[in-house]
Design a protein around this ligand. Structure first.
Ligand code: 4AD
Ligand code: MG
Length: 429
């Protein structure tokens, strides 16, 4: 009977069959050890001379890393073994013998690993990161589905820019031009007028010519939008959301976080309320440590790090200058040079994982902004209709999945948090 390694606990004492890949093997006199991985876990299979079939003992010499194998034997509990179980092996067969697997236990450079990403994802740490990613995504969906939000996905082909025209990918749409979506927000604003509480969740695209550890060209973003929420309701929702994702991942993915040697202490502190800092206050903090910083500018990664370092929890910065934010951001009625925006900065130097705020719901002000940002008004008539027919206060945000996964896993670069990253200068494999 073929069993998945994650189900071994239900088969202690039974003779079963495992199918998978040879992860590691070694001989020690009359005993040979083979660690098999099948994607759901790792299992050590122990071959002892005189106890297993004679030819499987000899065949052991044929084994290579990543050869596919079938192993049969009896399962026993073994607390010292990874996963807690071990197989007293009877026999094994090589299904396909892998020759010269390129990724070896020695150190490889990032370029080599990225060129072999299709194989690199089989290694233990990459496997752990991808399992955490899947858990984060399922936590995201459960959080919103459990709170009465309706999933309403936004299109990927769009006629206009959401987050500025400098990072748009253009493509032909039959005889017209189209852009790949940078954010589903504008459409979420429309669906929230139909459905009240919505979220969209999908890939987004930005032609950012920057090679940093936080930028992908294609990344996944979840974007809730709520009718009649203001900036402060928005921060409360984001706070509960991030606490839920982090605490659930700690609970459901302990093995993976352990494999990644993630220090759980800072993650366990991720519980609301998160500190909230006005832009002016944050800018003053930055100016003290980085005299080059110009008050009124957006933050760079080192500036965010200065603010993050002051707190041991994620921190909201709100009321960014209207001038540095997108056209749709509501301006503060009492201080129009400030916008009703908020970013959430993750601790431990990870920086911005959420951007959002309250939307401009005044038709005249929105028209003025579209003009100031030199956007083509005709492309936005449908969006302006939302202000003509029952305009309403509303707010939302976008959380970047890869930056969130990098932070939770404690990995340095977002390229390891998605199966096949698209980066500036890389579209392979
Ligand atoms: O701050 P951003 O640009 O906000 C928006 O797109 C809003 N329209 C969202 C909304 O209010 N509905 O992007 C939101 C988040 C960032 O905080 C970051 O986590 C992630 O998306 N992000 C990226 N992640 C990886 N690579 C990139 N190039 C990213 N750009 C943004
Ligand atoms: Mg942002």
């Amino acid at each position: 009977m073929k069993i998945w390694i994650e189900d071994l606990k239900n088969h202690v004492g039974q003779s079963i069959e495992l199918k998978g890949w040879a992860y590691h093997h070694r001989s020690s006199g009359k005993v040979k050890f083979l660690v098999v991985r099948d994607g759901t876990g790792y299992c050590q299979c122990v071959f002892a001379k005189g106890h297993c079939e004679e030819d499987s003992f000899t065949n052991f010499e044929q084994l290579t890393q990543e050869s596919t194998v079938t192993v049969t034997g009896t399962i026993k509990a073994e607390p010292r073994s990874p996963g807690g179980f071990e197989m007293t092996a009877q026999s094994f067969k090589i299904i396909q013998r892998a020759e010269n697997y390129p990724i070896t236990p020695k150190e490889h450079g990032p370029d080599f690993l990225m060129n072999n990403r299709h194989l690199w994802i089989r290694s233990k740490l990459q496997h752990a990161v991808l399992r955490v990613r899947a858990e984060v995504i399922s936590a995201i969906r459960d959080f919103f589905n459990g709170r009465g939000f309706t999933l309403a996905d936004s299109p990927i082909f769009t006629p206009s820019a959401c987050e500025g025209t400098s990072t748009l990918f253009q493509t032909k749409y039959f005889d017209e031009m189209a852009y790949l979506s940078q954010s589903g927000q504008l459409y979420a604003e429309a669906t929230c007028a139909a459905l009240g509480k919505v979220y969209c969740f999908g890939p987004t695209f930005r032609a950012e010519k920057s090679k940093t550890r936080r930028h992908l060209i294609e990344f996944w973003m979840v974007e809730p939008e709520v009718a009649f929420n203001d900036l402060y309701d928005n921060m409360e929702l984001a706070e509960q959301f991030v606490e839920y994702i982090v605490q659930r991942t700690i609970k459901n993915r302990p093995e993976e976080l352990k494999a990644l040697e993630r220090n759980l202490e800072p993650l366990l502190k991720v519980k609301g309320p998160f500190p909230r800092v006005h832009y002016d206050e944050a800018a003053a903090m930055i100016k003290k440590e980085n005299p080059e910083f110009v008050i009124g500018d957006d933050f760079g990664a080192p500036d965010e790090a200065i603010v993050c370092a002051k707190f041991d929890k994620p921190v909201f910065v709100h009321h960014f200058p209207t001038a540095v934010k997108a056209f749709y951001m509501k301006q503060d009625e009492k201080s129009p040079e400030h916008s009703m925006s908020c970013d959430l900065l993750a601790p431990e130097g990870y920086g911005e994982i959420i951007g959002g705020g309250q939307r401009e719901d005044n038709l005249e002000l929105l028209l003025k902004k579209i003009e100031e940002h030199k956007l083509n008004r005709a492309d936005f008539e449908w969006f302006l209709d939302l202000r003509r027919f029952g305009s309403f206060p509303h707010a939302g945000f976008g959380l970047g999945v890869e930056r969130t996964v990098a932070w939770i896993c404690g990995v340095q670069h977002v390229r390891e948090t998605i199966p096949f990253p698209r980066l500036y200068g890389r579209n392979y494999p």
